[in-house]
Write a protein that binds this ligand. Structure first.
Ligand SMILES: C[S@@+](CC[C@H](N)C(=O)[O-])C[C@H]1O[C@@H](n2cnc3c(N)ncnc32)[C@H](O)[C@@H]1O
Ligand SMILES: *[C@@H]1O[C@H](CO)[C@@H](O)[C@H](O)[C@H]1NC(C)=O
Length: 247
C-alpha cells in the first residue's frame, strides 16, 4: 500500500516535471490567457472525437427534452459551459437556446456548430460563469443542459443552486459529466497521477470529482441518475454520470 502511494507520488511529480514549462508560465501569470485559447481549440477537436462515442447516450438522454416544454409547446433551453456547441444536434426543433460560457474563445467554434444546426433558434451567448448567471432571470427556462462542465466549475453547489434559480418549477437540468474512477481501477490510478497537471493544462478540469453526490444533495424534487463508462480508450475523464434532475 505504502509502495503504491509512493509510486503515485513519484509519477505525479514526473508528469508535473514534463509539464514544467506550463507551471513556469502559470507562475509568471502568462499561462491563463494562453490556456483559454488553447483549450477552446483543443476541446473543439476533442468534442469531434467524442461525438461518435457519445452519440447513443446523448441521443437517449436528450430524447426527453421536449417533455419539459412550456404550456405553449415552446421549449426554452439554457446550455451552460456550452463549449463548441457539441450538443446542439440533439436539441429539439425550434427550441430557443441561450448559451453561457466564461471562455469567449469558444464563440467562433459555436458559430460553426450553429451553421450545421439550423433547426434550433439561437438567442444569445453570454460570457459568464455558471456560478453567477445574473443575466438569466429567475424561473425563466424550461431546461438547463450541461455536458463535461461540472468538472471545470469553481463551486458545484453554487452552480446547482443557480441552475435551480433559473429553472421554472417543474423544469429540468440534464447532465452528462465525468467523475472519479472506482477505487480499484486503473482509471483511478492514472487519475491520481494526472489530476494536478490535467487541471493546469485543461483550464481547471478536475478528474476526481464526485459530482453525483452534489446532485443528490441539491434538493431537486426528482433525480434520475445513471453511472456508465463511455467506450473511450485511454481516457482519464471517465466513468460518467448522466441523467436529469427536476426542480
Ligand atoms: C470540457 S469543456 C466541455 C464543453 C462542452 N460542454 C462539450 O461537452 O463539448 C468544459 C466547458 O465548461 C466551461 N466552463 C469552465 N468553467 C465554467 C464555469 N464556471 N461556468 C460555466 N462554464 C464553465 C469551459 O469554458 C468549457 O467550455
Ligand atoms: C430570485 O431567486 C433568488 C433565489 O431563489 C431570490 O433570492 C431572489 O429574491 C429572486 N429574485 C427575484 C427578482 O424574484
Amino acid at each position: 500500500m505504502a509502495v503504491m502511494a509512493l509510486l503515485i507520488v513519484i509519477l505525479k511529480v514526473g508528469v508535473g516535471l514534463l509539464a514544467l514549462p506550463v507551471y513556469v508560465l502559470h507562475f509568471l501569470g502568462l499561462w491563463d490567457p494562453i490556456c483559454k485559447r488553447f483549450f477552446s481549440f483543443a476541446m473543439s477537436i476533442f468534442a469531434r472525437y467524442l461525438k461518435d462515442k457519445m452519440r447513443q447516450y446523448k441521443k437517449e438522454l436528450f430524447s426527453t427534452l421536449g417533455d419539459f416544454a412550456g404550456p405553449s409547446g415552446q421549449l426554452t433551453l439554457l446550455e451552460i459551459g456550452c463549449g463548441s456547441g457539441a450538443n446542439f444536434q440533439f436539441f429539439p426543433n425550434c427550441c430557443r437556446v441561450t448559451c453561457v460560457d466564461p471562455n469567449p474563445h469558444f464563440q467562433r467554434y459555436l458559430s460553426n456548430s450553429l451553421k450545421e444546426n439550423k433547426h434550433i433558434r439561437f438567442e444569445r451567448f453570454l460570457v459568464a460563469s455558471a456560478e453567477e448567471m445574473t443575466q438569466v432571470a429567475n424561473a425563466s427556462v424550461d431546461v438547463v443542459v450541461s455536458t463535461l462542465m461540472l468538472c471545470s466549475v469553481k463551486n458545484i453547489d453554487t452552480v446547482l443552486s443557480e441552475i435551480k434559480r433559473v429553472l421554472r418549477p417543474g423544469g429540468a437540468y440534464f447532465f452528462l459529466e465525468h467523475v472519479i474512477g472506482h477505487a480499484s481501477s486503473w482509471t483511478f490510478f492514472f487519475q491520481q497521477i494526472l489530476d494536478p497537471t490535467w487541471q493546469r493544462l485543461f483550464d481547471g478540469c478536475h478528474l476526481m470529482r464526485k459530482s453525483w453526490r452534489n446532485l443528490e444533495q441539491a434538493g431537486f424534487t426528482e433525480l434520475k441518475l445513471q453511472h456508465i463508462t463511455l467506450p473511450i480508450m485511454l481516457n482519464a475523464a471517465n466513468p460518467t454520470v448522466l441523467g436529469y434532475a427536476v426542480k
